[in-house]
Write a protein that binds this ligand. Sequence first.
Ligand code: AR6
Length: 166
Amino acid sequence: MEITVVEGDITAQDVDAIVNAANRAMRGGGGVDGAIHRAGGPAVLEDCRRRFPAGLATGDAGWTTAGLLPARWVIHVVGPNYNRGERDRTLLTSCYHRALAVADDLGAHTVAFPLISAGSYGWPKTDAIDAALEVFRAAQTQVAEARMVAFDSSTYAAIQDALRRG
Ligand code: AR6
């Protein structure tokens, strides 16, 4: 699997699936979750209600339609909330593992990822990047490209540094 990085908005990515950093309720929110629901339109929330009547567990992933987005699917994950004391790193790596497994089930070959838990959930950015790369580098998957989407230039530079370090 090729690991790429771009700076930009995940909702604009022309890939098979984009990953959403959601919460356990799975009914939308702020950050990347809010941006995806706004850009995808009401079909995303309708599908969340239908497929996830009881929400989703921390560390898990599930998919919905991407509605009006260029991608075909949204793969929702629930990262650990570091600010609230959820600091078990396996919950964070699990999000990436599970997202790739769902992508394989869907037959998605290109998948764009935000930096899960690194926004309002407060996971330290450098370690959030390392956790993603650890999973991507070891992944056994049919996904051909994992595209890391950095929302700002400092995150973009930090991901590039981590990729170069290998
Ligand atoms: N495209 C790409 N990355 C983005 C975008 C975007 N449009 N918007 C934000 N980011 P966060 P979390 C980056 O807070 O920490 C929500 O309210 C952002 O800069 O979206 O997992 C949910 O409903 C950061 O690097 O997700 C949950 O309640 C990264 O995406 C909670 O926040 C993740 O930031 C989840 O918190």
